[in-house]
Design a protein. Sequence first.
Length: 161
Amino acid sequence: MSSIRSETGVVFRERLSPSLWALVSAALCGPMVALVFTPIDTTLALIFGAIAGIGVVVLMVAASPTVEVSDGWLRAGRARIELSFLGETQTFVGDDARNARGPGLHPRAWHLFRGGIDGVVVVAVDDPDDPVPFWALSTRTPDRLAAAISGAQLRPSTPRR
């Protein structure tokens, strides 16, 4: 889910939640746990299976990182960098995105990739003291994220009156 809210300082925000196939696969933990406890007690097996299936899905959704552009910062998961240190932004989808996540990825690049999310945004880091040359991020809306970064860099950093 992504949003654009400029009045609160948040220019772009997207939660990199798991895809539907990943959630369905995780939910299959429930029947597996139920099968383990079936010889002991079928009612207990159903209860433990339901708790396991729901628990794994909830944990996957709760642990999903967010990508956010706000207040002069780009935040991706727990990492953050000031927009003033960012340079050129490139967007990739399809085969180009697979290349950007794999063989085309710079060895020292910082990255936040999630399975099932096709788009990739690669942002150059223009800080001579930073050993990381690029940030590479998964996103469902690469054009919107790139536009949010570019737009936030162009905005003056003086407070509104």
